[in-house]
Ligand binder design. Structure first.
Ligand SMILES: [Fe+2]
Length: 257
C-alpha cells in the first residue's frame, strides 16, 4: 500500500510541473504598451480593415487598451515623423472594445537626438516614458550617450524587447543588459518572445530575464495575425505566468494613468 501511495504522490508532483497556463487567460483587461496597429506607416497593419480585425482578436483575448507604437527609423517606411503619425492617428476609426493611444517606437539611430530636441512633439507614453529600440544584430549596448541626453531632458527610457538583441546572448551574466538597467532604464518584455515565436534561444533568455526580475513592462508588439494567433495558442509554465502578472500590473498602473 505504501508503494502505491508514493506513486500517486509522484504523479501529482509531475503533473504540477507539467501544468501549462494559457497566456490568454492572463490577459483580461490587458493594457498593452507596444503594438503596430497604426495602419500603413510601418511593417505592421497595412489598412484600417486589418487593424479592425487585429483589434477584434485582441479584444477576444481580453485586451482593453493598446498604445500604437509605430517604428520611427530614419530611412525606413517612408520616413514618417511625429506629425505624419499624428495625422494618421486622427484618421483612425476607434475600436469599440480596445482603446487606442498614440506613442512610438524610436530606433536609436543618428536622428534620434533630433527627435528629442523637440520634446513637445515626441510621441511618449504616460509620464514622458519613451519606447526605444536597437537593431536586432547589436552585439554591444551602444548609444548610451543618446539615452543619457534623453534622460537629462526628463524622458523615462523603456528599451523594447532586449531579449531579442544579440547583446542579450553575450555570456550568462547579462553585463550588457545591465549597462541599461544600472542607469535606471526600464526593459520591456515581448510576449511573443516568451512563446518561442523568435526561437528557443530568445525564449530561454526571456524566461531567465523575467524570473530574475529584470523587466518592468510587457508588450504584445502585435504586427499581424501571426502575432495574435501565437498569443491565443501560447502557454506558459506556472512560474513564468506568476512572474508575468507583475509586469501586466505595472503596464496598467504606470503607463495607463
Ligand atoms: Fe515593435
Amino acid at each position: 500500500m505504501q508503494g502505491k501511495g508514493k506513486t500517486i504522490n509522484d504523479n501529482s508532483m509531475f503533473d504540477f510541473f507539467k501544468k501549462k497556463i494559457y497566456l490568454r487567460d492572463l490577459l483580461e483587461d490587458f493594457h498593452d504598451i507596444h503594438s503596430h496597429l497604426l495602419w500603413g506607416v510601418d511593417d505592421g497593419s497595412p489598412t484600417q480593415k486589418a487593424t479592425d480585425s487585429l483589434a477584434d482578436e485582441m479584444a477576444s483575448m481580453g485586451f482593453s487598451h493598446t498604445y500604437l507604437t509605430p517604428h520611427i527609423i530614419y530611412g525606413c517606411y517612408g520616413n514618417h515623423n511625429e506629425e505624419s503619425l499624428r495625422a494618421r492617428f486622427a484618421e483612425m476609426i476607434p475600436h469599440n472594445k480596445v482603446e487606442y493611444r498614440l506613442a512610438a517606437e524610436y530606433f536609436l539611430d543618428e536622428k534620434f537626438l533630433e527627435h528629442i530636441q523637440k520634446p513637445d512633439e515626441v510621441l511618449t507614453l504616460a509620464d514622458k516614458h519613451i519606447l526605444v529600440e536597437y537593431g536586432l544584430q547589436t552585439t554591444r549596448v551602444e548609444r548610451l550617450d543618446m539615452l543619457f541626453e534623453a534622460a537629462l531632458q526628463g524622458f523615462q527610457i523603456i528599451v523594447a524587447h532586449p531579449e531579442r538583441y544579440a547583446f542579450a546572448f553575450d555570456g550568462r551574466d547579462m553585463h550588457q543588459v545591465e549597462k541599461l538597467t544600472n542607469k535606471g532604464y526600464a526593459l520591456q518584455l515581448n510576449l511573443p518572445s516568451l512563446l518561442g515565436s523568435n526561437g528557443t534561444k530568445v525564449k530561454r533568455i526571456a524566461e531567465e530575464m523575467l524570473l530574475d526580475g529584470r523587466y518592468t513592462f510587457v508588450g504584445s508588439d502585435t504586427h499581424s495575425r501571426h502575432y495574435t494567433s501565437a498569443l491565443h495558442e501560447g502557454t506558459l509554465s506556472p512560474k513564468v505566468a506568476d512572474a508575468l502578472k507583475q509586469l501586466i500590473t505595472n503596464n496598467k498602473e504606470i503607463l495607463w494613468k
